[in-house]
Structure formats: C-alpha cells, structure tokens
Design a protein around this ligand. Structure first.
Ligand code: PAF
Length: 291
C-alpha cells in the first residue's frame, strides 16, 4: 500500500509511451515472466479490478492500459464527458497488484496520418453493431494496437461487454495474434446492477431504476427455459416491462446464440439474453447466460 501512496513510485508504475512500455515488457521477458494485458478506458471500478485479479491469477506480470479511445465513441456520445481521473485510476489499479499502467497520449495511439481501420463483420452485425456505427471498428483497431505494443500472453475482457469479448476473440483468431483472450464474469452491485463506468452518469432516481434491467433480463431468461419457443414474446414482454419501470428507451432485448450471436426464435443452449436501454444520460447494457 505504501508503494501506492508514494508519488514518485506511482510515476514509476506508469508507462507514458510505447518505448517505456516495451522496455518494461522486455525486462520481464528476460526474466522469463508471463505477461497479461487488461485494456481499460480508465474510470476504474470494482469490475476492472476483478479483471486485474483474474489476470494476476494467470500471469506473472499485469499491464493495465488506460486510454479513452476517441474512435469508438459515437457522434452523439460526449467523448469529453467520459469520466476519468488518472491519479485515482492508477492508485486503484496498483493497489490490486497491477505492475504497470500504460497511459499513452492520443498522439501515441493515433499519430498524424494514422489511416488504418480494422473491421470485423458477422459478430458485429447485430446488438450494438448497427446502433453504434463505427464503434467496433474503433475498439478493434485500438485493441490491435495495444496487443502489438505490449505483446501479452493473455488479455482479459469483461463479459459485461460480451459482444466486444467475442469480437476481440475473433480478431485474435483471424489475424493470428498470439494472445489468449480470457473472459471474466460481470461484477454486480448488491442490487444486481452491472458495474460500469457509465453508472456514474445516473442520477439518484435513475440509480434506483437501473437494476431493473438485470431483474427483467433474468425473468425473461427464466421464461424461455420453461417455454423455449417463446423467445420473441419474452423479449417483447421484457421490453414493455422495462419501459413501464422507467427506462426511457429500449435499444434492444435479444436472445442470441452465445457463440455466434445469431438471434434465436427458439431457445437452445448455449444462449444469452442481451439488453441495451437508455436512462437519462446513460446507455446501459447487460447480458446473462440462459441456463
Ligand atoms: O471495454 C473498454 O473499456 C474498451 O472498449 C477497450 C476494450 C478498453 C478499448 O478501448
């Protein structure tokens, strides 16, 4: 803990550019250490910390990246409002055993003239894909850079962004990037709300409504286990219940195959139910395995 309280040691825990990052990784490699990467956009919460713990259980050294990636934000989303506080984030990440926090500046990731975009089809054609044009291209492009910059053995991503997890797994497979993509379970508040940096946008009143998303997804999942042919009806009912419970809009409620993300009309495992809703300034997403 004293390490975390000391400002000069704090600075030593941060790599500001690719050179510093690669230097640290090379030293670890020389000692035979394995390396994990946990990509984040800062605004660290307990969900991120659980990803670090997972990474630590699998590798000798853990890098967390903290970079608010402009290319994955929609036009309507306010990139500048994204909540990030570097000092707090680094402190939290280091307190659970992160060995290095990679905080590149924008020019390091997107130097002048940057013209590459990596795009994944198929898995991005449903759920958040059509509703957030360009979002997954931005995610996949920045994650590819982070992989190539740090060359980790594994990278850990949360199941809360389940579509993102599958898309990144596809990326690593398609481009033969030698990194194992590890998924980690969603961490929830006591009332069931999935932890997310965007929960900070919720007002007190909205915060009371927000956990209803999880409750309603669970109910819909239970319904299709009993009536497997009722996927569409269950999703329709869930949508109506969400609106009745105070959500302003429902972007989607879908039951999909858990590996291909193909929408299902009849429930057959492995399947997950996915939801995206609007509440005040926040867009909340969640998903659960139907079992
Ligand atoms: O999940 C996130 O926080 C971001 O999409 C990621 C993976 C760090 C890429 O910017």
């Amino acid at each position: 803990m004293s390490k975390v309280g000391n400002p000069s040691l704090m600075t030593q825990m941060i790599a500001r550019d690719v050179l510093e990052l690669r230097r640290a990784v090379a030293e670890w490699r020389q000692k035979g250490h394995t390396v994990a990467l946990v990509p984040t956009m800062g605004a660290i919460h307990a969900g991120h910390l659980s990803l670090i713990s997972k990474a630590k259980s699998l590798c000798d050294r853990v890098i967390a990246s903290a970079f608010v990636n402009p290319t994955q934000f929609d036009e309507n989303e306010d990139l500048n409002a994204y909540p990030a506080n570097e000092e707090e984030d680094v402190r939290a990440l280091v307190s659970v055993g992160t060995n290095l926090v990679f905080c590149p500046n924008r020019k390091d990731i997107y130097p002048e003239g940057f013209s590459t975009v990596i795009s994944i089809s198929g898995l991005t054609s449903g759920l958040c894909g059509p509703l957030r044009p360009g979002h997954f291209d931005g995610v996949v492009t920045v994650v590819t850079k982070l992989f190539l910059q740090s060359l980790p053995d594994i990278a850990v991503f949360g199941e809360k962004d389940y579509q993102q997890l599958l898309v990144i797994r596809q990326l690593a497979k398609d481009l033969n990037i030698p990194v194992d993509i590890v998924g980690a379970p969603t961490v929830r508040e006591e009332d069931g709300l999935a932890m997310s940096s965007r929960n900070r946008y919720l007002s007190e009143k909205e915060r009371v409504i927000a956990p209803e998303l999880y409750r309603i997804l669970k109910m819909a999942a239970e319904r299709v286990i009993v009536r497997p042919n009722d996927c569409e009806l269950s999703c329709r009912n869930a949508r109506a219940e969400l609106l009745e419970n105070g959500f302003e809009a429902v972007d989607y409620i879908n039951i999909c195959h858990a590996e291909t993300l193909e929408p299902l009309t009849a429930y057959k495992p492995p399947a997950r139910i996915f939801g995206a809703v609007r509440l005040g300034k926040a867009r909340l997403i969640d998903n659960i395995l139907i079992s």
